[in-house]
Ligand binder design. Structure first.
Ligand code: CTP
Ligand code: MG
Length: 232
């Protein structure tokens, strides 16, 4: 059965999924690695498609896997799949260029955050809709953080009350993200809000979700399996 996205939705979600997953260890590209028998990307897209505001989903897949990803996602939701780039930013830029006229809110969401709840998608979109140009979900830093220098010698203790861990989906007014990406060619950053910050646009934080953890290392995959088994 093909899920129907909301034609009256105002949100396009770009899903960078073209990474290799080097830190996860040898195997298929990370988005295609299995979590409880299904690829991470399938979990991620299913949750995005369950968010009522989502009008369009564009996936940037590993270039050699575009057809495989199309086949994989066809029964999950109507999505556009195109080849990603060598850097995450290039994958996002390629997906952004494929968004049709209509949605004025654009979210960027890592395929690796496979268990992100639809409620987080909606809360980020709602904050953009309410007038913020750029919105990121964050969590507080719970551990003590040290700055370390040569020889692993501690230089000092960082004040963690001002620090946040940043997740996705990150949300933007469409024109703001488009301008930031065209201004940023050749200056890769690990998140899209970073590009927008460079344009001097205020970026606003909303509460993130523990379930939006990024599967990066084997431990994260094991954790995600447990969360899923427990009903996530
Ligand atoms: N990504 C992408 N295109 C790239 C690199 C990364 O679309 N050229 C995507 C990944 O597929 C992932 C998200 O960006 O969904 C976050 O990147 P990361 O967690 O670093 O994934 P990988 O780059 O695949 O992992 P690693 O850095 O360990 O190789
Ligand atoms: Mg990477």
């Amino acid at each position: 059965m093909t899920a129907q996205l909301n034609p009256r939705g105002d949100v396009a979600v770009l899903v960078p999924a073209a990474g290799a997953g080097v830190r996860l260890g040898p195997g298929r590209p990370k988005a295609l690695r299995l979590l409880a028998g299904e690829p991470l990307l399938v979990h991620a897209v299913r949750r995005l498609a369950a968010a009522a505001s989502v009008h369009t989903i564009v996936v940037a897949a590993p270039p050699a896997e575009v057809e495989a990803v199309r086949a994989l996602l066809a029964p999950v939701a109507p999505v556009t799949v195109l080849p990603g780039g060598a850097e995450r930013q290039a994958s996002v830029a390629a997906a952004l260029a494929a968004v049709p006229a209509g949605p004025e809110i654009v979210l960027v969401h890592d395929a690796a955050r496979a268990l992100t709840p639809p409620e987080l998608v909606e809360s980020v979109a709602a904050a953009v809709r309410a007038g913020h140009d750029a919105v990121i979900p964050v969590l507080p830093v719970v551990d003590t953080v040290k700055e370390v220098g040569a020889g692993e010698v501690v230089l000092g203790t960082v004040d963690r009350t001002a620090l946040r861990v940043v997740q996705t989906p990150q949300g933007f007014r469409r024109a703001v993200l488009t301008a930031a990406h065209s201004a940023a060619a050749g200056d890769p950053l690990t998140d899209d809000a970073g590009l927008v910050e460079k344009q001097g646009v205020p970026v606003v934080c909303v509460p993130g979700s523990e379930y939006a953890l990024k599967v990066t290392r084997p431990f994260d995959l094991a954790l995600a399996e447990h969360l899923l088994a427990a009903g996530a």
